[in-house]
Design a protein around this ligand. Structure first.
Ligand SMILES: NC(=O)c1ccc[n+]([C@@H]2O[C@H](COP(=O)([O-])OP(=O)(O)OC[C@H]3O[C@@H](n4cnc5c(N)ncnc54)[C@H](O)[C@@H]3O)[C@@H](O)[C@H]2O)c1
Ligand SMILES: O=C(O)C(=O)C[C@]1(C(=O)O)C=C[C@@H](O)C=C1
Length: 302
């Protein structure tokens, strides 16, 4: 099947970036969007995030071949129910939610007779809202597609091609596996950043001004992540609870091991561990997966 009309529900960082990327890379594809917040809709019109910004969700999805829900994972069910009356029977309904099992449950419950094929572009920043999106967000970043059992292969292929056309590298996997992988590579790192930044600012021996003044190094990287959208991340932890708790237990075991190495002055354990993690970082840099941040000068706000 060919995708000629795309509708985007939720015009923040992800929705806005998809709208801009489609207009840039697939100029023949029509774009329409909707956001529940009227201020966001107004800003989306000013920035031209989609060619049309509708005032009602059903208007945005009329005649769409592909609808992408770009709302917080806790709002997926509500957003899907709002578009249900206007969806064509052949329309692909996808999303960009950061957790996939609960998103699929919410979408398939709201749209039991439609073609729901979830996806997750593993690309983002700490910014949110209609000013945050940019067309190159997905360039050379992974997009994980999690087709449910029995999904129409032609529709899965069309969705994969769509993301590749936006510049992404696509991999398909089972939703449960996605949730365990992302728990350790994305969700727990965010939890650690939120925690350490809060802990540092709560310390009585360290004043808040010292936290700001001396945050030039590693701590500064944590503050970037800890500035991420509270609604989005609250929903991620509520919706990927089991996988996060499982990976958190593993992490706490390893953290206890490090604490013990420090207490016992066991330099060898620390050196070996740090050597292994340094190799991981160098591997990521070698395959060019570290350069999609706007900080690296690639944000093009077009
Ligand atoms: N931010 C990231 O780095 C990132 C990366 C990959 C995936 N995601 C996922 O993408 C989704 C969107 O995240 P974002 O960063 O674009 O958030 P965002 O806050 O920038 O945008 C979300 C938009 O959804 C709108 N919205 C909320 N409920 C709605 C509803 N029922 N109907 C219509 N609009 C509604 C909000 O008004 C907001 O404008 C989330 O599910 C998130 O998990 C985020
Ligand atoms: O780089 C960042 O700022 C991000 O948080 C992006 C990031 C990630 O953890 O890699 C965050 C959440 C997503 O679901 C996908 C990407």
């Amino acid at each position: 099947m060919t995708i000629e009309r795309v509708a985007i529900i939720g015009l923040g960082l992800l929705g806005g970036s998809i709208g801009l990327a489609v207009q840039k890379h697939l100029p023949g594809v029509a774009t329409a969007g909707y956001d529940a917040d009227p201020d966001v809709r107004a800003r989306a019109r000013e920035r031209g995030l989609t060619a049309v910004v509708a005032d009602r969700p059903v208007e945005a999805v009329e005649k769409a071949d592909l609808v992408i829900l770009c709302v917080p994972v806790g709002a997926m069910g509500e957003a899907a129910r709002a578009i249900a009356p206007a969806l064509g029977e052949d329309t692909i309904v996808s999303d960009v939610g950061s957790s996939k099992e609960s998103t699929y449950s919410a979408l398939s419950e709201a749209l039991p007779h439609h073609h729901v094929i979830p996806a997750h572009p593993v690309a983002g920043t700490e910014e949110s809202g209609p000013d945050a999106g940019f067309a190159s967000l997905f360039h050379r970043r992974w997009c994980i597609v999690t087709p449910p059992e029995g999904a129409d292969p032609a529709k899965v292929a069309a969705l994969v091609t769509f993301w590749e056309d936006l510049g992404a590298l696509v991999e398909t996997m089972d939703a449960g596996h996605h949730d365990r992988v992302l728990a350790v590579t994305s969700h727990i790192p965010h939890l650690i950043a939120y925690t350490i930044v809060g802990t540092a600012s709560d310390l009585e021996q360290v004043t808040r001004s010292e936290v700001i003044k001396f945050s030039a190094g590693g701590f500064r990287d944590f503050t970037r992540i800890a500035a991420s959208d509270p609604t989005m991340w609250r929903d991620v932890f509520l919706n990927n609870r089991e996988a996060v708790l499982e990976m958190l237990d593993r992490f706490l075991t390893d953290l206890a091991l490090m604490r013990e190495a420090i207490r016992a002055e066991d330099g060898e354990t620390m050196f070996d561990w740090f050597t292994r993690t340094r190799a991981i970082r160098r591997g990521i840099v070698a395959i060019g997966q570290d350069d999609a941040r706007p900080d690296f000068g690639r944000k093009d706000h077009d």
